[in-house]
Design a protein around this ligand. Structure first.
Ligand code: TLP
Length: 370
């Protein structure tokens, strides 16, 4: 349930009781609030002016992120959207095309910034459950003809949010990177939830992103930092990225206050993500047994549970409204599609409450009738 936390000791402050505490907020893992340790680290953080490169805590966070990913350098950015945009801008020129999956975040949920600001066209490919293969990418690479716009970049999303937290197999990522590089294309990974992918695959983020030219990952989602994302890549890429961050208004001053929480998020939080994945399984299995709801629990590998509600005769907005009356918050992601995202501020009991509430709305689980 909201307000409690699975990892003992992470949020133990008895004063941390807000009006939201009885709500089970499954809309997103972006809603996670900083832990007590994070709040303490924020209060005590050593700070300086990061635009001058003088914030020791930001510098520590960037060094650690680069180390963990096995890349030369890293940059702290305010949001995932800005991180993706900076990477796209750094790797492309106006008029270039960026290959991405149809339902990717860069295509659907970043206000067309790759076009509006970076001057690029999204070139859509349709991955299987959001996961692009080299074959699907190759089909949409533009030939080198003077009247064609040119492909410059491939964007992959791991985990893939709107496909339900699906995973890229590392062998396939490596193949895409090798072939892309042979074709003189760059590869960016929107790894907003790359640590969820790492936990589900049982592989290090370093191994998973070895071949990609840049990675964006979020500290502020399942890792529970209040604000911030990182981009990692070569020293040359980060040098350029730093300039675009300033151009886009993302140069922060005494940002060590939030970087301090980011450091804890990076070091401590991945170790508990498996709990969120287990809770997502409980939700998926419970939902699969309910009349009118459709989901394949075998496809739920991480913390995102997206289910179809068409068979209930209610659309997603109506279902979310009914859930909200029962203090369960969910997100409609399409006309008949509802998303639950598990995270550290919703424990097993909260997930069970969500299932009870869903059952009261759509009817009792089929297994319970037998
Ligand atoms: N995703 C949010 C919404 O914008 C949909 C969510 O609740 O899931 N890449 C991916 C894959 C993301 O899921 C998100 C946020 C971002 C980038 C952007 O991160 P922020 O919100 O930090 O700009």
């Amino acid at each position: 349930m909201t307000g409690t936390i699975a990892k003992s000791g992470m949020r133990s402050d008895p004063d941390d009781v807000t009006a939201l505490d009885h709500i089970v907020d499954l809309r997103s893992d972006t809603v996670t609030r900083p832990t007590l340790e994070m709040r303490r680290a924020m209060a005590e953080a050593a700070v300086g002016d990061d635009v001058y490169g003088e914030d020791p805590t930001v510098n520590r966070l960037e060094k650690r992120a680069a180390e963990i990913f096995g890349k030369e350098a890293a940059l702290f950015v305010p949001t995932g959207c800005m991180g993706n945009l900076i990477a796209i801008k750094s790797w492309t020129h106006h008029g270039d095309e960026v290959i991405c999956d149809e339902k990717s975040h860069v295509n659907l949920y970043e206000l067309a910034s790759m076009s509006a600001i970076a001057g690029c066209m999204p070139r859509i490919a349709r991955g299987l459950d959001g996961i692009l293969s080299w074959k699907q990418i190759e089909e949409v690479i533009r030939p080198k003809i003077y009247y064609d716009s040119q492909t410059a970049l491939i964007c992959m999303e791991n985990t893939h949010n709107m496909a339900g937290g699906t995973l890229h197999a590392t062998a396939s990522v490596n193949e895409i990177c090798e072939r892309a590089h042979d074709a003189k294309l760059k590869v960016h990974m929107d790894g907003a939830r790359i640590f969820n992918a790492s936990v589900a695959l049982g592989e290090s983020v370093r191994a998973m992103t070895k071949g990609v030219d840049s990675v964006m990952f979020c500290l502020s989602k399942g890792l529970a930092a209040p604000v911030g994302s990182m981009i990692v890549g070569s020293a040359r890429f980060i040098e350029k990225a730093r300039i675009y961050r300033k151009m886009f208004g993302g140069g922060m001053r005494q940002a060590g206050v939030i970087a301090a929480a980011g450091l804890l998020a990076l070091e401590e939080s991945p170790g508990r993500l498996h709990v969120d994945h287990e809770n997502a399984q409980v939700l998926a299995k419970g939902i699969a047994a309910m009349p009118g709801l459709k989901i394949d629990p075998a496809k739920v590998k991480t913390n995102i549970v997206i289910f179809d509600c068409e068979g209930t005769g209610k659309n997603a907005v109506e279902l979310c409204d009914l859930l909200r009356e029962k203090e369960i918050w969910a997100l409609d992601t399409a006309t008949y599609s509802v998303r639950f995202v598990t995270h550290c501020d919703v424990d097993r009991e909260g997930c069970e409450r969500a299932l009870v509430a869903l059952g009261e709305i759509v009817g009792r689980p089929q297994t319970a009738r037998a």
